[in-house]
Design a protein around this ligand. Structure first.
Ligand code: NAD
Length: 433
């Protein structure tokens, strides 16, 4: 199939590459000329394991190209996938400005029958709005499809090539065979439904996962007070297949470009039809408070933080990505600077993006994890990168001013900590070890 993907962010770029990998001819379009120039030089503007190999292979096979010319890409394609951003407005509602702009441009470019599919996460009813915008620009026939995206940053290529399920929302059943065939090379777990339900499935899924995280974080706070160990509790709970073991890792809460914005948007979607989503409001509040556990534990171990030196391990919102959108690290670092701490920051891949959006005279940028720990009064682990899990903890006491380790992601086992000579604080586990 000839496909145009509008928006080459984490979703659009990865989807475009993977559709090309399956033998389709894909043009990835973006209005950001710098991104397109980088991509034309085979440099990925995002960090995602394996992405450049896949990109190179498909460009060389002439199945994949990058362009800033949306009109040409739409004209050459039967399927146009919208994958632009839907960030939060100050009210929490999804900002549909990029969606509306893309829909208008697609409408103006149409030169024959097209299928327009939305992968961006959009409130229920948005695909209907897209239909109206396009219809307002063209006499050409077209169909609208919703294909919400479930990939996870950090494993986006593998998630796209081997998804657990694909949800396709459509109201013209004649399209079903075409859309199912296009996706059947990825999986046979394809769920076809109506457009509004598909739109809601995406928000409901993210809200449910966020709820699981805030639930285990609240359990962890109670564990700390009653002397239970949340990692044991989660293991025991997860053995029940009705609960399942995933998303039960207590820590400093969720971040990223999806859960925070999608939970807030769903609260607004409900509010717009006079429904107060009480449970989800609590999930959001619990998540916000959870970030401050790190500060609480620093104060517990060091007293006041003015003029202390704190090493920070991890800036991205999760490992294997350079994405720092809504990362817990941002609020924690701002709060520590406000309390007068001097910070030594290290992240394996996200330092460049972090520095571009946030810098301060109290920050020193470090070359590696041990460098960030050197002469520090405490180290806080904020992202569970593999490299932090593998670090030799016994080395830390030799480089640090005070051997205090705050593990915001519960990455170290009792065995790793015992004998390391550290004062170790984690989330929801008996402490200090
Ligand atoms: P992103 O911000 O990384 O990328 C969006 C891209 O769209 C940008 O490069 C921007 O320049 C481009 N763009 C905006 N308007 C355009 C236009 N009119 N024409 C051409 N390009 C345009 O966003 P993302 O993280 O890829 O997310 C995209 C959507 O997918 C969002 O709705 C998000 O909620 C959803 N989603 C994201 C993830 C994720 O893990 N990032 C997962 C599932 C769903």
């Amino acid at each position: 199939m000839d496909i145009a993907v509008i928006g080459t962010g984490y979703v659009g770029l990865v989807s475009g590459i993977c559709f090309a990998e399956m033998g389709n001819h894909v043009t990835c379009v973006d209005q950001d000329i710098n991104k397109i120039e980088a991509l034309q030089n085979l440099a990925s503007p995002i960090y995602e394991p394996g992405i450049e190999t896949f990109m190179e292979r498909n460009v060389q096979a002439e199945r994949l190209k990058f362009s800033s010319n949306l009109i040409e890409a739409v004209r050459q394609s039967e399927l146009i996938i919208i994958a632009v951003g839907t960030p939060s407005l100050p009210s929490g509602e999804a900002n549909l400005q990029y969606i509306e702009q893309a829909a208008g441009e697609i409408g103006r470019a149409m030169n024959g029958r097209k299928i327009v599919a939305t992968k961006s996460t959009v409130p229920v009813g948005t695909n209907e709005k897209i239909r109206q915008i396009i219809a307002g620009q063209t006499e050409q026939p077209f169909d609208i499809v919703s294909i919400p995206e479930f990939l996870r940053e950090g494993s986006a290529i593998q998630d796209t090539l081997h998804p657990d399920r694909i949800v396709i929302g459509l109201d013209n059943r004649e399209l079903e065979a075409t859309m199912v065939e296009l996706h059947s090379s990825f999986t046979d777990q394809i769920f076809v439904t109506d457009i509004r339900s598909a739109e809601m499935i995406k928000y409901a899924s993210n809200a449910f996962l966020a709820t699981k995280i805030s639930f285990i974080n609240e359990i962890s706070n109670i564990c700390e007070k009653v002397g239970a160990d949340v990692t044991e509790v989660a293991l025991g709970m997860g053995k029940d297949p009705r609960i399942g073991p995933s998303f039960l890792n207590a820590g400093i809460g969720y971040g990223g470009s999806c859960f925070p914005k999608d939970t807030k948007a769903l609260i607004q979607i409900a509010g717009n039809v006079n429904y107060e989503f009480q449970l989800l409001k609590s999930v959001v509040e619990v998540n916000k408070a959870q970030r401050y556990k790190v500060i609480e534990k620093l104060k517990q171990s060091l007293g006041q933080l003015n003029n202390t030196v704190i090493g920070i391990w991890g800036l991205s919102f999760k490992p294997n990505t350079d994405d720092i959108r809504e990362a817990p690290s941002i609020e924690i670092i701002e709060a520590l600077i406000g309390l007068g701490a001097r910070l030594k920051l290290y992240d394996p891949v996200a330092m460049g993006k972090f520095k571009d959006s946030f810098d301060h005279p109290s920050i020193t940028w470090c070359a590696n994890a041990l460098d960030a720990a050197a002469n520090a009064d405490a180290v806080c682990l904020l992202t569970d990168w593999q490299e932090f899990k593998e670090i030799s903890l016994s080395q830390l006491i030799y480089v640090m001013e005070q051997p205090i380790l705050i593990d915001g992601r519960n990455v170290y086992s009792k065995e790793q900590i015992e004998g390391a000579g550290l004062h170790y604080y984690s989330i929801g586990r008996p402490e200090p070890i």
